[in-house]
Design a protein around this ligand. Structure first.
Ligand code: PGA
Length: 251
């Protein structure tokens, strides 16, 4: 089963509108002609629309960094899936470890976000990953299984095939400590097995699983060689056009 790799940049709470547009234009330029892979960027909500306009003529996909589950309403601070679409986004990161650990989002809320995104035509990237304590306590597989099973609850196969999963071990995010390619492959294979347990094998084989956590120009090639690593979710190294350019041109 051939899966088209996806390289996704998560800009987190960085860049002014002007800086975001400038970086987006560079990325649009370097993504030209890349037919065997997809490139996505997730700017802060304030620059989402300006970035979407800046990359409109390019193959670059624009995403929100989170998404609410209702079309509108009294949800101060949230952005609805319709608002994301309106601003020019087609995807949304959901359940990022910073949302889980700093803002207390749990699997049940993340599931609501997943269902809401799909209802309004936003493709989710569901982030999962264990903390260092959980890994040390031998809980990695249990944690990943619960995050996937509970995060994907009630999502039917027809919807699930679009979903992208990102495995991001919390201990590797922003720490410069990447999972080894073997650790990444082991976790991705496990995740595919969990998906196979929920849906059928064919569907699990179709779904993309990205690796995230200190992906850099010097480790992306090795990670991308692993059979179940279908792309990368990149934080720090996505904020500079030269390093992101090198990452999207992985071999
Ligand atoms: P990092 O962040 O590449 O800076 O480790 C990855 C992420 O949080 O998605």
């Amino acid at each position: 089963m051939k899966r088209t790799p996806l390289i996704a940049g998560n800009w987190k709470m960085h860049l002014t509108i002007q800086e975001a547009v400038a970086l987006a234009k560079e990325i649009a330029k370097s993504s030209q002609g890349l037919e065997d892979r997809k490139v996505m960027i997730a700017p802060a909500a304030t620059s989402l629309n300006a970035v979407a306009k800046a990359v409109r003529e390019s193959p670059v996909i624009v995403a929100g960094q989170n998404v609410a589950w209702k079309q509108q309403g009294a949800y101060t601070g949230e952005i609805s899936p319709l608002m994301l679409k309106d601003a020019g986004a087609d995807m949304a990161i959901i359940g990022h470890s910073e949302r889980r650990h700093i803002f207390g989002e749990d699997n049940a809320m993340i599931n609501q976000r997943m269902v809401g995104a799909l209802t309004y035509g936003i493709t989710p990237i569901l982030c999962v990953g264990e903390t260092l304590d959980e890994r040390d306590d031998g809980l990695t597989w249990e944690v990943l299984k619960a995050q996937i099973r509970e995060g994907m609850e009630t999502i039917a196969s027809e919807q699930a095939e679009k979903i992208v999963i990102a495995y991001e071990p919390v201990w590797a995010i922003g720490t410069g400590k990447t999972a080894s390619k073997e650790q990444a492959q082991e976790a991705h294979l496990f995740i595919r097995g969990v998906l196979e347990g929920i849906y059928e094998k064919k569907l699990a084989e179709q779904m993309r699983i990205l690796y995230g956590g200190s992906v850099k120009p010097d480790n992306v090639d090795d990670l991308m060689k692993m059979p179940d690593v279908d792309g990368a979710l990149v934080g720090g190294a996505a904020l500079q056009s030269d390093s992101f350019d090198r990452i999207i041109h992985f071999s």
